[in-house]
Write a protein that binds this ligand. Structure first.
Ligand SMILES: *Cc1c(COP(=O)(O)O)cnc(C)c1O
Length: 380
């Protein structure tokens, strides 16, 4: 496997890495995940959602790898992310999910970004800007079928279609609120509402599916898939085994091993008490590196786990900013030593498991991946 250190994301360059914790991003797995999603909808194109620094793994390396694999359409949240993407993918089609901020038309058009327009006002502004430069500019239209976040209500669809005469309407889209639960009746209702509204936009390409939507039995794939989470190894089908390949591997090395007596406590506030003579290993990562404070364990509450030499061991006590402690009493002594490597995320522990054990969602685990890790990109 080739290690490309030049592919490190620019956001990390200003922050000195802690050599004791390494984040390895497998770009070959990312591409394999994109291909797997694309293959589920042979009649549709598969885009990639790379907002929030490609869910924390690095916008530039992720975009380069996906574009090289044939991905042509990308979604970012902000114009600033779009400009970063444009710099590494000059020919990509780029949609900006936050739409058209007031007065933002010039910035978007200058980088050839397409806003996902979410109101009649935004459609009007984009159309007027296009007229002022003598061109109908491309954009997507967001219909809100239940999220109540951004987008036109289906009732406004006829007015939106009329207002869109001044723009080049390249996509009509909406967003699922719970596609990860396939039996939830709200999925079918959103699909029906979206399809009914599409009647106002004859001939316009359509898009409804996030990662989980791709796996719905109704196959509401339309013309373009918009997966994010599943690309990065998250499980889009939480009721079934994860069909995706892990993309991130987070390892930290053991800084110290110590023995404590029964009755001693571990970490801030002493929330975890050893019930037996206990061997502890201290790792050099903490909530300052994106390990959730909720990964801690305390009375009556198990926390997250790590893997050392194939053995699982629990995090004990509260997660510190820069450190976390493991109970390694049950692991053969020869395996746990200063410098031994502990997996926090990887083949054994996926983002969904760490999230569940930390009381959060995998999306948050990924987007908070810390800046102090030494980042390695492989398989690019
Ligand atoms: C974030 C986002 C996606 C991707 O969703 P995943 O669940 O990560 O696949 C798709 N569409 C919109 C509008 C989004 O905001």
């Amino acid at each position: 496997m080739r290690i490309d250190r030049s592919a490190r994301a620019p956001t990390n360059e200003s922050v000195p890495a802690r050599a004791v914790a390494t984040l390895c991003v497998d770009l070959a797995a990312l591409v394999a995940n994109w291909r797997l999603l694309a293959a589920r909808a042979p009649g549709a194109d598969c885009a990639a959602v790379v907002k929030a620094d490609a869910y924390g793994i690095g916008l530039e390396p992720a975009t380069r790898a996906l574009a090289a694999a044939g991905c042509r359409t990308f979604f970012v949240a902000t114009a600033g992310e779009g400009e970063r993407l444009r710099a590494v993918a000059p020919r990509a089609i780029v949609y900006v999910l936050e739409g058209l901020p007031q007065g933002g038309a010039f910035t978007l058009a200058a980088a050839r970004l397409r806003p996902v327009l979410a109101s009649l006002e935004e459609i009007g502004e984009w159309g007027a800007f296009g007229r002022s430069i003598g061109r109908r500019l491309p954009a997507a239209l967001q219909l809100d079928t239940g999220m109540n976040r951004l987008g036109l209500s289906p009732r406004e669809a006829p007015a939106a279609a009329a207002a869109a005469q001044d723009i080049e309407l390249t996509l009509v889209m909406s967003h699922f609120i719970c596609a990860q639960w396939p039996d939830d009746p709200r999925n079918a209702r959103q699909i029906a509402a979206f399809e009914a509204a599409l009647g106002c936009f004859p001939g316009a390409p359509a898009s409804l599916c996030n990662s989980s939507g791709v796996f719905l039995s109704e196959k509401p794939h339309h013309d373009l898939l918009r997966p994010g989470y599943a690309l990065y190894g998250g499980n889009p089908t939480p009721l079934c085994p994860n069909p995706m390949r892990p993309v991130v591997r987070l390892e930290a090395s053991v800084l110290a091993v110590r023995e404590i007596a029964a009755g001693e406590t571990v970490g801030y506030d002493g929330v975890w008490t050893a019930a037996r003579p206990t061997r502890l290993a201290t790792l050099g990562l903490g909530y300052g590196d994106g390990l959730p404070a909720g990964a801690s364990s305390g009375p009556g509450r198990a926390g997250a786990e790590a893997v050392i030499g194939g053995y699982r061991c629990p995090l004990v006590g509260r997660v510190s900013m820069d450190f976390v402690m493991l109970d390694v009493t049950d692991i053969p002594e020869a395996i746990v030593h200063r410098g031994a490597s502990a997996e926090i995320l990887g083949e054994t522990i996926g983002v969904d498991e760490l999230a569940a054990r930390s009381g959060t969602i995998g999306y948050e685990i990924l987007t908070r991946l810390g800046r102090r890790y030494e980042r390695r990109y492989i398989g690019g």
